[in-house]
Design a binder for this molecule. Structure first.
Ligand code: NAI
Length: 467
């Protein structure tokens, strides 16, 4: 079978960018990205895409209406497709067995049942979502138990390694594409067919093929390793502060060892995003189910350290404001979980803001790409507060960093957006003095975060000394 038509279930942060790049690089393939959410599909078909990702607008502009389509007509897209990506969300379970740790596979199951109901010809079904090991078995069971005469399925695992903020570059210049499948002649054939799609632009040497379970586990393992590096350097940031060592110098020295390497060694307020915590918790749960408690405890510590770091940062902010932030105006710069994305899922800024609000602070928040409604949504969520109306009164969203910091008692940099590097902190400080705010109540909180500490120009250092 030559792949002529691809359908993707799930038009989110993964499905949207991934399929846009496939459509761009494979003009001979018709790619239809589907979602249950009419609103999301309407946004994909509009001028303002539902997600911000550098370079994404251009790719969508080039292909949309040519060989890239966004649709809610899931039945038609499934029926005509040769290959179907399942790219739906796999959040952590919030109820039932494994609550708080296991991945909730209800959307995966829902997608598999849709395919089983609707397919009328052979399909290659590709698991693109991040799933626990052996999830493909669930998909396989659902599909094969409901097979119609003449319809055969092959299930592949093809986890996505893109990082938000650099998704398009990551997809175009992928260091590796991983494809796992069944060790049977039909399985090998399906793997080759998906390889053919990627070989339109990825060198064959960068396409790794494995068995299904290795592929599923590799994605969890990769995210666990990345998160572990962040927790490792963050743990050392606490040691640095207690000893006078400088975490950025330590990271530079450690990273020079080619066995360790310099990347992903920046101390920060902690990792966020929809994946790292969810995927490690998933690995922990899997280890417990496999009766490997020591393995589970090892990875649990990576999550614990991350919580510790977020809390430590916020405590430091409060301590530096003489142990009270009640009625103080605090500017929060950056709300997304990292720069170059508008995604706020699990953003450390939420944790920091929550604690400051609980302590009575007035927050003035600015982020270049996060929508106002999204900030309100996160901070008035029942997991964050029982008193959404009070929270609403105590936050103000600004359209520029300068507006947010005007008259602030403290500036808390939560996201390393490049535009914050350009801020004239000295001017911010002196403007505040002229307004009679006194010298001692502007604190620049630039603690631990090497990404942010790199903003510390001489001016800013001086600023801290004034405090
Ligand atoms: P998302 O929440 O942005 O998008 C998922 C979409 O699937 C939603 O729009 C939802 O409405 C839709 N959906 C759910 N069930 C459906 C169904 N039966 N039919 C059609 N649409 C359906 O999630 P995101 O971030 O794109 O993640 C998807 C998967 O990819 C997750 O497993 C995640 O762990 C993984 N992943 C995410 C990365 C990221 O950076 N966001 C990176 C690599 C993997």
């Amino acid at each position: 079978m030559v792949i002529e038509k691809i359908c993707c279930l799930g038009a989110g942060y993964v499905g949207g960018p991934t399929c846009s790049v496939i459509a761009w690089k494979c003009p001979d393939i018709k790619v239809t990205v589907c979602d249950k959410s009419v609103e999301r599909i309407n946004q994909w078909n509009s001028e303002k895409l539902p997600i911000y990702e550098p370079g994404l607008d251009d790719v969508v502009q080039k292909c949309r209406g040519r060989n890239l389509f966004f649709s809610t007509d899931i039945a038609k897209s499934i029926q005509e497709a040769d290959l179907i990506f399942i790219s739906v969300n796999t959040p952590t379970k919030t109820i039932g067995n494994g609550k708080g740790r296991a991945a909730d596979l209800k959307y995966i199951e829902g997608a598999a049942r849709m395919i089983a109901d609707l397919a009328t010809s052979n399909k290659i079904v590709v698991e693109k979502s991040t799933v626990p090991v052996k999830a493909a078995e669930i998909i396989m069971k659902i599909l094969r138990a409901n097979t119609k005469p003449g319809v055969e399925y092959q299930i592949l695992s093809n986890p996505e390694f893109l990082a938000e903020g650099t998704a398009i570059d990551d997809l175009v210049e992928a260091e590796r594409v991983l494809i796992g499948g069944e060790d049977t002649p039909e399985g090998h054939k399906a793997i080759q067919e998906l390889c053919w799609v990627y070989e339109h632009w990825i060198p064959a040497k960068n396409i790794l093929t494995t068995n299904t379970w290795s592929s599923e586990l590799s994605k969890l393992a990769a995210n666990a390793f990345l998160a572990q590096r962040i927790s490792s350097i963050n743990s050392l940031s606490a040691v640095c502060e207690a000893t006078g060592a400088d975490v950025s110098e330590v990271a530079r020295a450690v990273g020079r060892d080619s066995r360790i390497g310099p990347k992903f060694l920046e101390a920060s307020i902690g990792f966020g995003g929809s994946c790292f915590q969810k995927d490690i918790l998933n690995l922990i749960y899997l280890s417990e189910c496999l009766n490997l408690p020591e393995v589970a405890a090892y990875w649990q510590q990576v999550v614990n350290l991350n919580d510790y770091q977020k809390n430590r940062f916020t405590r430091k902010v409060i301590e530096s404001l003489f142990n009270t932030v009640s009625d103080k105006k605090i500017a929060i710069l950056g709300f997304s979980f990292k720069k170059n994305t508008g995604d706020t899922r699990e953003s450390p800024a939420i944790c920091v803001s929550k604690t400051l609000l609980d302590e009575g602070a007035k927050l003035h928040i600015y982020d270049p790409k996060v929508e106002t409604d999204q900030i309100y949504y996160e901070l008035t969520h029942p997991q964050v507060t029982n008193e959404p109306e009070i929270v609403r009164k105590n936050i103000e969203i600004h359209r520029s960093a300068y507006s947010a910091v005007t008259g602030a008692h403290a500036i808390v940099l939560c996201t390393e957006w490049d535009e914050f590097k350009e801020l004239d902190f000295k001017k911010i400080y002196t403007d505040r003095q002229y307004k009679g705010a006194g010298q001692s109540d502007l604190t620049l909180t630039c603690i631990y975060c090497e990404k942010l500490a790199s903003f510390l120009t001489d001016n800013v250092l001086q600023l801290i000394l004034y405090v």
